[in-house]
Design a protein around this ligand. Structure first.
Ligand code: KG4
Ligand code: ZN
Length: 335
């Protein structure tokens, strides 16, 4: 079974080729144009996908040393994401499916992130807790199998990555802000400023990060002049990062304890954060198995889409011959 997988839900175009569970190629083209605008411009994202998608497909097949005639099925991200970006990927996939008479498997992008730990580590056993933490999502899932999972918590307002990006903007840093804050934080003192850890002690597994952003805004207005001094930037970055990571770790730990689950997986762009990765690994001393997929599988990538498509073929009787599915921008909600 050879799968060609297509991911274009946001600002990365990615094409992967998988043979069974093995990733033969996973090319990712990240769009840099948005950094000039302080955030993603949807129209520009769609155009960049259109420009990239055919040549990336050719490159991915070449790396995999396969031709399109050897592909048995196509997988594509159908939701959630930017509508225009999703339309580019799914229309391209539908075209290939029609031309080569191949089954087409629409995949939910967030489900792709949820199971990316299984792609990374095939010894990972169900059940596990999955924290998906990106620019658009911050959600906790209890995952029982490839066909069964439930959302046990999610952000009530901003996603964690959104908080990193918006706070970086308040500090006069570039976009995306997460990596810049991560880098500055390495030289700063995380206890210099005490920012709120919203909902850390609430009885649920939900998150809230918009209060942190507001608190940082007022703090900067009251205490600093622009441009910020380097030391202040470093201490602010370290203190903000520590506030965000504290909540993510605490809630994930509480969820794993409550559901008596020993395996924890993280995914999404924020899982690149060095403090978050280190703090999760520290939980291993409490008896948890922690799976931190390599960065290539944490950020938006087609390999996770292709992997989940293979699992759907294995675990359902669907023939995936329906090309009438629609893309959707709607974020995942509790069932
Ligand atoms: O999953 P992703 O590539 O795209 C989606 O949002 O779906 O995640 C992008 C997010 C951005 O908000 C970015 O600032 C954040 O991931 N991010 C980080 C780091 N690297 C990327 N946040 C904190 N620390 C990082 N090292
Ligand atoms: Zn994503």
């Amino acid at each position: 079974m050879n799968i060609l997988a297509i991911e274009s839900s946001c600002d990365d175009t990615s094409i992967a080729v998988l043979k069974k569970n093995n990733v033969l190629s996973n090319v990712i083209s990240s769009q840099t144009i948005h950094s000039n605008f302080g955030g993603i411009v949807p129209e520009l994202a769609s155009r960049a996908h259109i420009n990239n998608i055919s040549s990336l497909t050719a490159t991915s097949l070449k790396i995999a040393e396969l031709d399109i005639e050897s592909v048995n099925a196509i997988a594509v991200t159908s939701e959630p994401g930017l509508l225009g970006s999703l339309i580019v990927g799914s229309s391209f996939a539908k075209g290939l499916s029609l031309k080569y008479n191949l089954p087409l498997i629409p995949i939910n992008h967030i489900e792709g992130h949820i199971y990316s730990g299984c792609l990374e580590d095939d010894s990972l056993e169900f059940p596990f807790i999955s924290l998906v933490v990106s620019g658009g999502h911050t959600s906790l899932f209890l995952v029982e199998s490839y066909t069964e999972y439930s959302i046990i918590g999610m952000t009530k307002d901003d996603a964690a990555g959104e908080a990193f990006d918006k706070i970086a903007k308040l500090m006069g840093l570039g976009y995306p802000g997460g990596p810049v804050i991560d880098r500055l934080a390495k030289e700063g003192n995380p206890t210099e400023y005490d920012f709120p850890r919203s909902m850390i002690n609430s009885d649920d597994f939900d998150f809230s990060f918009s209060g942190l952003k507001t608190s940082v805004r007022y703090f900067i207005q009251k205490n600093f002049e622009f441009p910020l001094e380097e030391k202040n930037k470093q201490n602010l970055a370290a203190s903000v990062q520590s506030a965000i990571v504290d909540v993510l770790i605490h809630k994930t730990y509480k969820a794993a304890k409550k559901h008596k689950v020993k395996n924890i997986v993280i995914g999404g762009g924020v899982s690149a954060n060095s403090l978050l990765r280190k703090s999760f690994l520290d939980l291993e001393s409490k008896g948890f198995k922690i799976v931190l997929p390599k960065m290539e599988y944490c950020i938006d990538n087609a390999a996770m889409i292709g992997f989940l498509a293979i699992k759907k073929i294995e675990h359902t009787s669907n023939k995936f011959k329906d090309l009438t599915f629609k893309v959707s921008s709607r974020p995942m909600r509790s069932k």
